[in-house]
Design a protein. Structure first.
Lengths: 261, 336
C-alpha cells in the first residue's frame, strides 16, 4: 500500500527533470529567436489553450484510429502467437515472414492502403496495426514457449487435454510476456497512427493530430506542431498506463513482477 | 603503505578510450567547421551559391538548368549548384536559416514566411500566371471547379493557401481531401479521385498513361500568386546587391534560352528525373510558355513582378486568415 511519502518520492525526480527541460527549451528558444524553428514553451502552452477545442477534436480522431489499430494488434497478435506456438512446423514456416510487419516502411505502402480503403480512418488504423503487431506476436510466442517443462509434465500426468494445457497453464504463464508486447505495441500504435495521418489522413474539421502537424508546419506555426506532438505523446503515455494497470490487476495476486516486495 | 590513487591515475585501458575520444573530437571539429554554408568563392573567383528547387527537375525549372548548361550563371560570376529538394519542401525555412542562399518558392509562401518574421524576399518570378490546377476524370462530367468540391470523391492536394481559398469559395465541401505526394498513379487507379496538378505536367503525364484528365485552372477562380519565384534573404540583397542582380539577370537569360530552345535542357533534366518521359517534357515546355511570357514581361523583362499583384495576394491571404495585415507586400519582393 503506497503511503503519501512514497508517492511523493516517486513523483519529485521526474518533476524536477520536467521543470529543467522546460527551462532549457525556453532559454534555447530565446537565444535562437526563430519562432518557426523552436517555439518558447509559453507559446506552446498558449496555443494549446487557444485552440483547445480543435486540438481535442484532433485528439479524439487520432485516439480512435490508434485504439482500433492497437486492439487489432492485440487480439490479432495474440491469436497468431497462439497458432505459431501450437505447431513447430507452422512456426518455422510463418514466423520469419511476420518480421515483414516490422520492417515494411509505411511511407512506401501508404498509397496502396489509400487505394484499398480510401483515405481516412480505415487506412490510418491499418497503418497503426501494421506498425504495432509484430511485438505482440513475438512476445506472445516467446511467453507461450517458455512454460516450465516440469509444470507441463505435471499437467500431462493429470490427463489434461492440449486445450486445457493451453488455457490453464501456458496462457496464464505467458501473460507477463504478452503484457510486455502490448506495452511496446501501444507506443508503436500511436506512432503508426500519426505517420498514417501524415500520408493518408483526411483534412477538414476534426482532422487528426498527424494532419494538424503537417498543416501547421506548412504554415510555419511551429508552436502548434509542438503542441500536437506533445498531445500525441500523452496519448501514448495514457495507453501505456492503461496497460500497466491491466497487468497489475491481472497479475498482482500471483506473479512476482506485479507484487511489491 | 598503500599507494595513494589520485584522480588522474588512469590505467592503460582507460587511456586508450581517452585517446580515441580525443581523436573523434578532433575529427568532429573538422567536420563541423566544414559545414559552413556562407557564400564562399571558388578557385576561379566566382561566388559559389546553392539554388534549392522545391520539386523535382521538370520544365518548371527549365530556365535554371538552361542557365547552368548554357553558361549564363558563370557569365554573371556565379557558380551555382542546383539542388532539387523533392516534394513540397518548405524552402523558405531553408533560406531563412542559411542552409541555402537561393531557393524557389511561391508568393503566398513568401508572405507566410514574413509573417513568421523570416526575412525572405522574391527576386524573380518564373510563372506570371499560377500554373496549379485540379485534374479530374472526364468521365465524371464536371463542368466547373466548384463541381469538384461539391460532389463526392477524393481530392489529393497539398495543404496550401490555394486549397483554403477554394474550400472557402465552394463551401460546404463534400469531397474528402487528403495528401498529394506526387505522380498520377492514385488518380489513374480510381475513377472518383481528383488531384492537384501543374497544368503543364501531370495532365500530360496522365494522358500518356491512358487516363482521361480534365483540368480546371485555379487562377481562373481568382487566386493567382506568382509561382516558382526565386527567393533569398533580405540581408543578402542589402549586403550584396550585385550578387542578387547577377542571379536575377542570369535567370532571365537562362529562361530566354529555355523558352526558345527547350530540347537540350529537357534531355539533361530527364536524366535527373526519369519519372517523366521526354515527350511529356517537350509538351509541358510548350504548354507553359503563355504562363511565363506575357505582355507584362515583354515590356518589363522576364521574371519581373508588380506591387499590385503582391497586394492583391496579401489581401486574399488576410481574408483567409493565413496571415494578418501586418505583412507589408512591398517588402516582399524586388526587381533587381
Amino acid at each position: 500500500m503506497k503511503t503519501r511519502r512514497t508517492i511523493f518520492s516517486a513523483l519529485w525526480p521526474p518533476a524536477i527533470v520536467l521543470v529543467a527541460a522546460v527551462l532549457a527549451m525556453h532559454v534555447a528558444a530565446s537565444v535562437l529567436n526563430e519562432s518557426f524553428l523552436l517555439p518558447r514553451p509559453s507559446a506552446v502552452a498558449k496555443v494549446m489553450f487557444d485552440r483547445r477545442d480543435e486540438l481535442l477534436a484532433s485528439l479524439w480522431t487520432t485516439a480512435e484510429a490508434a485504439l482500433i489499430g492497437f486492439f487489432a494488434s492485440g487480439f490479432g497478435g495474440i491469436a497468431v502467437g497462439m497458432i505459431l506456438s501450437a505447431s513447430p512446423l507452422v512456426r518455422r514456416a510463418i514466423y520469419p515472414y511476420t518480421v515483414f510487419f516490422q520492417t515494411v516502411p509505411i511511407v512506401a505502402i501508404a498509397p496502396l492502403l489509400m487505394i484499398w480503403c480510401g483515405p481516412g480512418l480505415a487506412a490510418v488504423a491499418l497503418s497503426a496495426f501494421i506498425v504495432s503487431v509484430f511485438p505482440v506476436i513475438a512476445n506472445t510466442l516467446s511467453g507461450l514457449l517458455s512454460t516450465d517443462p516440469a509444470l507441463e509434465d505435471l499437467f500431462r500426468l493429470y490427463g489434461a487435454s492440449r486445450w486445457a494445457r493451453l488455457w490453464k497453464l501456458k496462457l496464464p504463464m505467458a501473460l507477463p510476456s504478452i503484457f510486455t508486447g502490448l506495452r511496446v505495441a501501444a507506443g508503436l500504435a500511436v506512432i503508426g497512427t500519426v505517420v498514417g495521418e501524415f500520408l493518408v489522413g483526411l483534412f477538414g474539421p476534426g482532422e487528426g493530430l498527424g494532419v494538424r502537424i503537417v498543416s501547421a508546419k506548412k504554415q510555419g506555426r511551429t508552436d502548434e506542431v509542438f503542441a500536437a506532438v506533445l498531445i500525441a505523446s500523452l496519448l501514448g503515455l495514457a495507453m501505456f498506463a492503461a496497460i500497466n494497470l491491466a497487468a497489475k490487476l491481472m497479475l498482482r495476486h500471483w506473479h512476482a513482477s506485479e507484487q511489491d516486495n | 603503505m598503500r599507494e595513494e590513487k589520485t584522480r588522474f591515475d588512469f590505467n592503460f585501458a582507460q587511456l586508450r578510450v581517452l585517446r580515441a575520444f580525443a581523436v573523434y573530437l578532433f575529427c568532429g571539429a573538422f567536420l563541423v567547421s566544414g559545414c559552413n554554408k556562407n557564400t564562399a568563392t571558388d578557385s576561379s573567383g566566382a561566388a559559389a551559391v546553392q539554388l534549392t528547387l522545391d520539386w523535382k527537375p521538370e520544365p518548371e525549372f527549365g530556365g535554371f538548368y538552361a542557365a547552368k548548361q548554357d553558361g549564363a550563371f558563370s557569365r554573371h560570376g556565379l557558380d551555382v549548384t542546383l539542388t532539387p529538394a523533392g516534394e513540397g519542401a518548405d524552402t523558405w525555412q531553408l533560406v531563412a536559416t542559411g542552409k541555402t542562399q537561393f531557393a524557389t518558392s511561391s508568393a503566398d509562401q513568401v508572405l507566410i514566411a514574413r509573417k513568421q518574421n523570416a526575412d525572405v524576399i522574391a527576386i524573380f518570378a518564373v510563372y506570371q500566371t499560377f500554373p496549379q490546377g485540379i485534374m479530374v476524370h472526364q468521365s465524371r462530367g464536371f463542368k466547373t471547379m466548384g463541381d469538384v468540391f461539391t460532389h463526392d470523391g477524393v481530392l489529393l492536394a497539398e495543404d496550401n493557401a490555394w486549397l483554403h481559398f477554394l474550400e472557402n469559395k465552394f463551401a460546404p465541401v463534400r469531397v474528402r481531401i487528403t495528401y498529394y505526394s506526387g505522380g498520377v498513379s492514385e488518380f489513374l487507379a480510381k475513377k472518383d479521385y481528383s488531384q492537384q496538378c501543374f497544368v503543364t505536367s501531370e495532365p500530360i503525364l496522365a494522358k500518356h498513361q491512358g487516363g482521361d484528365p480534365q483540368t480546371f485552372l485555379i487562377a481562373d477562380e481568382g487566386f493567382n500568386p506568382y509561382t516558382t519565384v526565386v527567393i533569398c534573404k533580405g540581408d543578402l540583397w542589402r549586403a550584396h546587391p550585385d550578387e542578387v542582380r547577377a542571379m536575377a539577370a542570369a535567370c532571365r537569360e537562362g529562361w530566354r534560352d529555355y523558352l526558345d530552345q527547350p530540347d537540350p535542357v529537357n534531355a539533361t533534366m530527364h536524366g535527373l528525373n526519369a519519372d517523366m518521359d521526354l515527350q511529356t517534357f517537350a509538351e509541358a515546355a510548350a504548354a507553359q510558355k503563355p504562363l511565363i511570357e506575357t505582355d507584362q514581361t515583354r515590356a518589363a523583362g522576364l521574371g519581373t513582378m508588380t506591387g499590385d499583384r503582391w497586394k492583391d495576394l496579401a489581401d486574399q491571404l488576410v481574408k483567409l486568415g493565413v496571415i494578418d495585415s501586418s505583412v507589408d507586400p512591398q517588402q516582399c519582393f524586388v526587381n533587381p
